[in-house]
Design a binder for this molecule. Structure first.
Ligand code: COI
Length: 345
């Protein structure tokens, strides 16, 4: 089925100036279960506020996970998702860590597809952005004592989005924060729990107020190894070697991160997942960030302890090549011979 819309059928918004911000759409998907059972069947409803007990597990104890995935419109009108099963698997792993039941991979992907189709007038025209899908899994039942909630809600909402950073596609200015930690060994840094995000706001706001785009965090034990940025993974390039911090429990296993590792190997780079010291970071030829929201973003400079280093960016950068290949596949412009894209019909 084709989904090319006439001008009148598109939502009435300025498609040429999309930013990464919430623009509410028509429908959301919702499914509930108790802690004794698995999720069964969910349904679409009009987008709107949800009702929660003041004692809900998510409100009191942060029992919640989120995901992010995107739908794109091809030139011919077909709608594509990018590796939604990977987000579903990650949610299952996170749910186990957070003592929550989770939707099956099929239920997750089906919910995402239904949400896209119900909101198809909000999927941007080809090349103008994407429809960002936000699956949430929360402890919605009440519990006063610290315990897994008695009831869970899985929901998916959507928003059309453009570039994540206000810089657009221009190089980022990162700040290495050696005061605040993002994650610690044995904690939840490796899963997409909601409680990994508010704690970095302090560092992020401080850096933004000083003119930086985002913060890079160091490992909490040695304060020496690079972990990730507030909302994305990080890669360095030195010669023919591309390296990224290994997912050892404190690093989020990004879907874009994994895809970029594969694409970089395909074009002949050696890729290593390992510890990267801040000294090695500052000595790199190139640095870039990856994430669903961020996609692949070049880093123009990094500041660490009052020393600023500039990195290679622009059309000669590897990052630019990886960005074009990834986005080409995601938008259906480059043939997907990896089976990463899922057509919605
Ligand atoms: C994503 O890339 O989808 C994320 O979840 C990051 C978020 C903080 C916007």
């Amino acid at each position: 089925m084709l989904h090319n819309l006439s001008d009148e059928e598109y939502a009435d918004i300025d498609w040429d100036n999309l930013k990464f911000g919430l623009m509410t759409t028509d429908y959301m998907y919702m499914m509930k279960c108790t802690k004794e059972e698995n999720f069964q069947q969910g349904q679409l409803s009009r987008y709107g506020n949800i009702e929660l007990s003041p004692a809900a597990g998510v409100l009191n104890y942060g029992q919640g996970l989120f995901e992010g995935t995107k739908a794109y419109r091809k030139e011919d009108g077909r709608l594509l998702l990018f590796r939604p099963d990977q987000n579903a698997v990650r949610m299952k792993i996170g749910a186990d860590r957070m003592c929550m039941p989770s939707p099956s991979v099929d239920q997750f992907v089906d919910a995402v597809k239904q949400t896209v189709l119900a909101n198809k007038r909000w999927v941007p025209p080809a090349g103008k952005g994407s429809l960002y899908l936000r699956p949430l899994l929360i402890g919605s039942g009440p519990s006063l004592g610290l315990a897994p909630a008695p009831e869970y809600t899985f929901l998916v909402y959507a928003s059309p989005v453009g570039n994540y950073f206000k810089e657009g596609l221009a190089p980022l200015r990162l700040y290495v924060d050696d005061e605040f930690n993002r994650a610690s060994p044995g904690g939840t840094g490796g899963v997409k729990t909601i409680s990994n995000y508010a704690p970095v706001l302090k560092a992020l706001n401080r850096a933004k107020n000083r003119g930086f785009s985002d913060v890079l965090y160091l490992d909490s034990v040695n304060k020496r190894y690079v972990e990730e940025a507030s909302a994305c993974n990080v890669f360095i390039v030195k010669g023919n070697l591309i390296s990224t911090p290994a997912t050892n429990g404190t690093i989020l296993a990004g879907v874009t991160r994994r895809s970029i590792i594969e694409l970089a190997c395909d074009i002949g780079y050696e890729v290593e997942e390992r510890g990267i010291s801040v000294e090695e970071l500052m000595d790199a030829d190139e640095v870039f960030c990856t994430g669903t929201a961020v996609v692949v973003a070049p880093v123009g400079s990094i500041t660490y302890q009052d020393k600023r280093v500039d990195f290679r960016t622009g059309s000669e950068a590897v990052c630019q090549k990886l960005y074009s290949t990834l986005v080409g596949i995601q938008q259906g412009v480059i043939e997907d011979n990896k089976g990463w894209t899922v057509e919605i019909d």
